[in-house]
Structures are given as structure tokens and as C-alpha cells.
Ligand binder design. Structure first.
Ligand code: S3P
Length: 441
């Protein structure tokens, strides 16, 4: 057993290696979008491989409150969404609770902004209530939307007073798939065309899925950064297979690379090019991995990755060009950097400060307890390796990706660690600890 629980504290045994096969659970971003587009399509949408985790469950719960029938989200079960059509959403009798999920809140703001005569209130947990929402409210206002909230509409609880929207051309200041997707969802209800122009291409799951459902979408510009929704498309229910989440695979990719003696095969990894920044970093590090059985599943590339321990890893640099393609992988890449020979630099990462936690501060605080040579600056991290980590009393601080990153760090430490708030992993990877115990020898 590589981890044992006593009360709320989990003991993480140092040493050992990762061996075997692991199948990655469904992609969180794609799961949210399949539920939302299924909800406003005509007819049934069948979703296989949906992520049965807290965040997509928050989206499903909110959609049920606005009149959409969705079958239970359970591991291994196909989910059926009974679409109500583009105009069929109801005014809810309750507050819409988005839990910990930024994607739920931001995408729903876009979905609901153009529903004249209807009023919606959105709330979330203590973390979500501190995350900025003006980045969505502001563009929606440019389309005629009315979104109010604390501190001039920036923080939940938020209220949406449905309006008749008009099209607009909107440049987003940061590459954010949540902001882009909110605008595209609102655009489905706008009179006239709406174009979103991103400063760099963020994950494109919304574009792919909108197209598959039948939206009238046009993608142009360098790297597909200009996305236009024209009126007139009719969304029809689809059968969707959700590929595994590369952001969940990231823990095993890094784990097997840095833990001596490890070798694992990671099955069902989504390899959408807007998400594969971590593969480029593994290449920069000189990691030992192979992608096999590369194929397309329901419009998204998928493969298997075999990855093996490699000594003498090279340090890496991440800047604004790469950042949108690995935004969620920074905590685990900070752990990887501790095993690289030299100084790794993570730059242009200010967005990390407004995730589920301030991830630059939290990963620095936790890895510092283990003796890592990690320096936090305004918009990034400087990490010098190789550094043998010490066992320590760790805390995920309630952030799923921090919990899983620290689990991997604990294996390469020279003594056992403990971690509190380990169940945060349930937000995106409910089987993480089970997989960790199975893979660890
Ligand atoms: C997501 C987009 C990213 C990412 C988040 C999921 C999405 O956030 O960090 O985990 O599903 O659209 P931003 O849009 O804030 O970059």
C-alpha cells in the first residue's frame, strides 16, 4: 500500500516505482461541453466516457434545474441528455450551484445571458466565489447581456437577467477557453454574427463540438484564433465519446519519467493539439516516451502513451506561446523540474493565480516544505534541480491538481509524507488514489 488514511490525513510512503497500465478518465472540458450542447440540442445526446467527477456533476445539476433531463452520471454508464432545443431552457426555482467549477459558472453565464424574461442566480463554493467573472460578464455586456454580482459583477453570487442579445466582434485579452466558450454559447442566441478573437489559441473543444452539433461556425485567422458563430444553425443531438483527459494523464507522464524504475502504459489519452503542451515539455526534458495507436475518436485525437524513467533530465522553459496548451499542468511540471538538471523557468503564468487556488503560491509553499529550490515571482516560477526532496506534512489547500502533484512528489522524497485535503482530487479524477495505489510497487 503506498498511501494509507488516518482521519483526514493520508500517509504517502516514500520510495517505490510506478508500474503497469492505467486508463485515463474522461476529459473534464469535453464532458462539460457535451452536457451543455446536449441540453440545447434537439433530440437525445448520448455521451460515453463522461468524467464522473464533481465538476461535470455540478454542470449536470445546474442543467437539470433549468429543465433538462439528464440520466445519472456514473462510472462506465452512458449518459443520456434529453435536449430541450435552443429556446427550451426554463427559469430555475433555485439558485444554480456551480460548486468548485469555473467552467460550469463561466459557460453557464454565456448559455443563459440571451434568455429574455428569465432570471438566474449562480453561486459556487468559497474558492469559486473568489474567482474573477468580469472577464465573461464584460464581453457578454458587449452583446447586450445583463450580469450583476459582487464588486461590480466580478464575483459570485451572480445574477443573469436574460436579454435579447446582438452579435459583436470581441477580442479577449487573455487566451481563455472558458471566456471564449461563454461568448460562443451566447452567440447561439444572438441576432447577427459574433466573432471572438483570441490573443493565442486556447483549447478548441467548443469549436469542434459546436461544429459536430450543427452550429454555423467559421474558424479563420492565424492558428484559428478568429471564431465566428453565424445565426441559423440548428443543433441536433449527437453521440459523443469523451476521450481521456491529458491533464489527468499528466501525473502519470511525469511520475513515470522522474521515479526511478518506473514504466507505465497510459491508455485513452486525449491528444488534441491545443492540449499537448506537456508532450512538448517532456521532449524538452529528453523524457523516454512513445505515443502509440494514435487515432481519431468522435472528432478528437486519442492515443496510448508508454513512458519510462529517465535519468539526467534537461531543464525546460515555458512561456506565453506554450502556456495555453498546458495551463493546468504547471503544478505537476513544477514537481518534474525538481528532477531536472539545471534551472527550469515557468514564465507568463499569472493566470495560475486565479485557478481553484493561487497555484503559483500553493505549489511553491508545499514544495518548499519538501526542500525544493523553487522561487515564486509575479508571473512564474524558477526551479533548480536536481534536488532530492524530503518527506513533509503537505496540504493540497483544497486544490485537486495540487493534491495529485504532491502525491507524485512524495514518491521521490527520502522519507514519508502526509497530506491533508487529499480528497480534493475528486474534482477531476475520483479514481486517482486508487490508481496511485495500484500502479505503485
Ligand atoms: C477550461 C479552460 C482553462 C482550464 C480549465 C478548463 C475549459 O481555463 O484551466 O481547467 O474547460 O474551458 P481558462 O479558460 O481560465 O484558461
Amino acid at each position: 500500500m503506498s498511501s494509507t488514511t488516518s482521519g483526514l490525513k493520508l500517509t504517502l510512503n516514500a520510495g517505490g516505482k510506478l508500474k503497469g497500465k492505467v486508463k485515463i478518465p474522461g476529459d473534464k472540458s469535453i464532458s462539460h461541453r457535451a452536457l451543455i450542447l446536449g441540453a440545447i440540442a434537439e433530440g437525445e445526446t448520448h455521451i460515453s466516457g463522461i468524467l464522473p467527477a464533481e465538476d461535470p456533476i455540478s454542470t449536470a445539476t445546474c442543467l437539470r434545474s433549468i429543465g433538462v433531463k439528464i440520466s445519472p452520471i456514473e462510472k462506465g454508464k452512458k449518459v443520456i441528455v434529453n435536449g430541450v432545443g435552443i429556446d427550451g431552457l426554463k427559469e430555475p426555482k433555485t439558485v444554480l450551484n456551480c460548486g468548485n467549477s469555473g467552467t460550469t459558472m463561466r459557460l453557464l453565464l454565456g448559455l443563459l445571458a440571451g434568455r429574455p424574461g428569465k432570471h438566474f442566480v449562480l453561486t459556487g463554493d468559497s474558492s469559486l466565489s473568489t474567482r474573477p467573472m468580469k472577464r465573461v460578464g464584460q464581453p457578454l455586456r458587449m452583446m447586450g447581456g445583463t450580469i450583476n454580482g459582487r464588486e461590480e459583477g466580478n464575483y459570485a453570487p451572480l445574477s443573469v437577467i436574460g436579454q435579447k442579445l446582438h452579435g459583436a466582434v470581441i477580442g479577449t485579452p487573455v487566451p481563455s477557453a472558458q471566456v471564449k466558450s461563454a461568448i460562443l454559447l451566447a452567440a447561439l442566441k444572438a441576432s447577427g454574427s459574433t466573432t471572438v478573437i483570441e490573443p493565442a489559441k486556447s483549447r478548441d473543444h467548443s469549436e469542434r463540438m459546436l461544429k459536430a452539433f450543427g452550429a454555423n461556425i467559421e474558424i479563420s485567422g492565424e492558428m484559428g484564433r478568429h471564431i465566428t458563430i453565424h445565426p441559423g444553425g440548428v443543433l441536433k443531438g449527437q453521440s459523443i465519446i469523451v476521450p481521456g483527459d491529458i491533464s489527468s494523464a499528466a501525473f502519470w507522464l511525469v511520475g513515470a519519467t522522474i521515479i526511478p524504475g518506473s514504466k507505465i502504459t497510459i491508455e485513452n489519452v486525449g491528444l488534441n493539439p491545443t492540449r499537448t503542451g506537456i508532450i512538448e515539455i517532456l521532449q524538452q526534458m529528453g523524457a523516454d516516451f512513445r505515443i502509440e495507436n494514435y487515432r481519431e475518436v468522435a472528432g478528437e485525437p486519442v492515443g496510448e502513451i508508454e513512458v519510462e524513467y529517465k535519468s539526467k533530465l534537461k531543464p525546460f522553459t515555458i512561456d506565453s506561446e506554450l502556456m495555453p496548451r498546458l495551463i493546468d499542468e504547471i503544478p505537476i511540471l513544477a514537481v518534474a523540474a525538481c528532477s531536472c538538471d539545471g534551472e527550469s523557468q515557468i514564465r507568463d503564468a499569472a493566470e495560475l493565480r486565479i485557478k481553484e487556488t493561487d497555484r503559483l503560491a500553493v505549489i511553491t509553499r508545499q514544495l518548499s516544505k519538501m526542500g525544493a529550490q523553487i522561487k515564486e515571482n509575479e508571473d512564474g516560477l524558477l526551479i533548480t534541480g536536481p534536488k532530492k526532496l524530503n518527506g513533509a506534512e503537505l496540504d493540497s489547500e483544497g486544490d485537486h491538481r495540487i493534491a495529485m502533484s504532491l502525491a507524485i512528489a512524495s514518491v521521490i522524497a527520502n522519507s514519508n509524507s502526509t497530506i491533508i485535503n487529499s480528497t480534493a482530487a475528486d474534482i477531476s479524477y475520483p479514481e486517482f488514489w486508487q490508481n496511485f495505489n495500484t500502479l505503485k510497487e
